[in-house]
Design a protein around this ligand. Structure first.
Ligand SMILES: [Zn+2]
Length: 197
């Protein structure tokens, strides 16, 4: 992974440094379908989509004057693996309180993977700062050396601009297509190995 350590000079906040919420949500649906072999309650899907976009709650910090490179800055602690773990545990223990079906390591792993996947997708974009995967223990910002995703424009006008179209096109190629292929392979495997179960 390529490191990008925040310097003392804070850059102007760059709200465009994220994969699109549409792609994060799409990934949550595909991963949910991959994990779940049975019909899932609506609450499950709300939590799944919520997990996939929750890390970007840190953009609120910009309006509160928090520095981009700070621990709670954009792509900081809220994009970390520890935050993903805390979110997954909260959902299992409180979100599905009293529902024994979800009191299961499988669903804990699912919500952890889903929340941490947000940071992974962001680390594949070509703009903004890297992701503090190991915050608060190590606040280094990381990017992957290969970053095929283009940073997303803000606002509906930007979304429907040529730039927005290129963003979505790249996300369809590099995220949507492999995700659907993964789902197809897993579903095919389930049909073979769990036939009759
Ligand atoms: Zn993000």
């Amino acid at each position: 992974m390529v490191c990008e350590r925040p310097s003392g000079a804070e850059r102007k906040p760059d709200l465009k440094s994220m994969a699109t919420a549409v792609t994060h949500a799409f990934f949550s649906l595909v991963l949910g379908k991959t994990f779940a072999r049975e019909e899932m309650p609506w609450r499950f899907w709300i939590f799944a989509i919520g997990c996939s976009i929750l890390p970007d709650v840190d953009v609120i910090g910009f309006s509160l004057g928090m520095p981009y490179g700070g621990i709670f800055g954009h792509r900081g602690f809220f994009h970390s693996l520890l935050f993903a773990f805390l979110v997954s545990m909260s959902i299992i223990f409180w979100g599905f309180k009293g529902d024994s079906k979800f009191f299961n390591p499988r669903w804990g792993l699912f919500f952890f993977l889903l929340t941490s996947a947000h940071g992974v997708l962001d680390a594949l974009t070509n703009g903004g700062w890297g992701v503090a995967f190991f915050s608060p223990f190590d606040t280094t910002r990381y990017f992957f050396p290969w970053r095929p995703l283009k940073v997303s424009p803000i606002g509906l006008a930007g979304f429907f601009s040529p730039w927005g179209r290129e963003v979505i096109l790249r996300e369809m190629i590099w995220i949507w297509t492999p995700s659907v292929l993964l789902l197809t392979v897993v579903r095919g495997g389930q049909r073979i190995f769990f036939k009759g179960s």
